[in-house]
Design a protein around this ligand. Structure first.
Ligand code: GLA
Length: 388
């Protein structure tokens, strides 16, 4: 009997720790991440300037509330006790002070590290130090951990990310776990019980459809999301990587289409541009609240490719209260002539009010055909609401 009681106690404590913090990401996380523009050139000063710009430019109000420090905040070696330490030249006030600053200014604090022995930029990784690092992150007030996959050796991905999940849970502070394993081991099949989001591909870069050695443009990344829609939902999102909206390799149309399609995918919306210097046109893309509402819809359904023709794709996303988002994407090099007869959308039931979310215009009901032209690599994004 005594032995049974002991086993029960052990099982209860193990079982209790074998879980993620639930409910931290009911809708896809939104924020800003340093990597796409600054790589490892990051500092306390930069973070504070970005927080000010996010606030002043309306981004915080639009929902961008995580500020995530990506690779390069650490010293190149751990201290004698094996603790991970920040670079005091870049972060003279330290991580706890930075966390306090972000919280006082209405933001949440995100940080990056890696499940392998080193991060991709060569800083100390978390392997073998998971519980120690999780306690450090919790003590600094971290709210979001992006956990990368460089230098993982022969480690098993699922087990490795489980260890970090358990370490975060044991540290006691609710922290979103962003699995950044690049889709190598199909994290959509096992990520739901471990993290709140998981990368589905290698890195994004600021072009429409280029392919580099370790990175690619947003169009090939979009293509790789096809079929993954069934794995996403509240608190467990597919992550097609951060936004390149406003970065130099994209035209304004490509930035707008990229943003629209990431919203159709219910993707995490992590801006990756220099918020301090963006043009009004770029800001208008990032803070279009009606478009963001498609991404953040509480039903939490990822959109899917409804139809594909040469030069044209149509994406559909089911929304709450019987509404739908429909995105027409001009994929070719020439402008696309579109004529939509809504009767061909068999997913629709009855009559809907149609709104063009970029033109911010009501277009009448679905009994009327829609005709227009869409420039190359641009989109039209509609919200359809059932007629009451
Ligand atoms: C990997 C990730 C990127 C970024 C870098 C940092 O490539 O996929 O998003 O975090 O590491 O080194």
């Amino acid at each position: 009997m005594k032995r049974f009681a002991l086993l029960l106690v052990i099982c209860m404590s193990v079982c209790a720790s074998a879980q993620k913090f639930e409910g931290l990401a009911p809708t896809p996380p939104m924020g800003w991440n340093s990597w796409n523009t600054f790589q490892t050139n990051i500092s306390e000063k930069l973070v504070k300037e970005m927080a000010e710009a996010l606030t002043a430019g309306g981004m915080k109000d639009a929902g961008y509330n995580y500020i995530v420090l990506d690779d390069g905040w650490e010293m190149k070696t751990r201290d004698k006790e094996g603790n991970i330490v920040w670079d005091p030249k870049k972060f003279p006030s330290g991580m706890k002070a930075l966390g306090d600053y972000l919280h006082e200014n209405g933001f949440k604090f995100g940080i990056h590290n890696c499940a392998g022995t080193k991060t991709c930029a060569g800083y100390p990784g978390g392997r073998g130090h998971e519980f120690q690092d999780a306690r450090a992150y919790a003590s600094w007030g971290v709210d979001y951990l992006k956990y990368d996959w460089c230098e993982h050796g022969t480690a098993n991905a699922q087990e490795t990310y489980k260890t970090m999940r358990d370490a975060l849970y044991a540290a006691g502070r609710p922290i979103v776990l962003s699995i950044c394993e690049w889709g190598n081991n199909k994290p959509w099949e096992w990520g739901k019980d471990i993290g709140h989001l998981w990368r589905t591909t290698g890195d994004i870069t600021d072009c429409f459809d280029c392919q580099e050695v370790y990175s690619m443009g947003w169009k090939p990344i979009l293509d790789m999301q096809i079929g993954l829609e069934k794995y996403a939902g509240p608190d467990h999102w597919n992550d097609p990587d951060m936004l390149e909206v406003g970065n130099k390799g994209l035209t304004l149309a490509e930035s707008k289409a990229h943003f629209s399609l990431w919203c159709m995918l219910a993707a995490p919306l992590m801006a990756g541009n220099d918020i301090r210097k963006m043009s009004d046109d770029v800001r208008d893309i990032l803070i279009n609240k009606e478009v963001i509402a498609i991404d953040q819809d509480p039903l939490g359904k990822q959109g899917y490719q409804f139809m594909k023709h040469p030069g044209k794709e149509i994406w559909a996303k089911e929304l709450s209260d019987g509404k739908w988002a429909i995105c027409i994407f001009s994929t070719g090099e020439d402008k696309l002539k579109v004529r939509l007869d809504w009767k061909h959308f068999w997913i629709l039931k009855g009559s809907y009010e149609v709104r063009d979310l970029w033109a911010k215009k009501d277009l009448g009901k679905t009994d009327k055909n829609f005709e227009s032209e869409i420039p190359s690599h641009d989109v039209i994004l509609f919200k359809l609401s059932p007629v009451k």
